[in-house]
Design a protein around this ligand. Structure first.
Ligand SMILES: [Zn+2]
Length: 71
């Protein structure tokens, strides 16, 4: 397994910032979740062009903003 690049290491520490680093590309369409009681939220998958790390960005307040998928 490749080590994550420095940009992805920093990305994984971002808790509130929504901005992906410059080599993170969207790999899929955004997924929209409509909550019955809430405003709903959005998830978006990204992959790094440098180290191939995969992230999911989420606007769900109960989730991490950036989740790094290990393995
Ligand atoms: Zn990377």
């Amino acid at each position: 397994m490749m080590a994550n690049c420095a940009m992805c290491e920093e990305q994984a520490k971002k808790v509130r910032s929504g901005k992906p680093h410059q080599y993170l590309d969207k790999t899929d369409a955004p997924r929209l979740f409509k909550g019955a009681q809430s405003r709903g939220f959005e998830e978006q998958d990204y992959q790094c062009r440098v180290c191939q790390a995969k992230f999911t960005y989420s606007t769900n307040r109960n989730d991490l903003t950036w989740t790094l998928w290990q393995g």
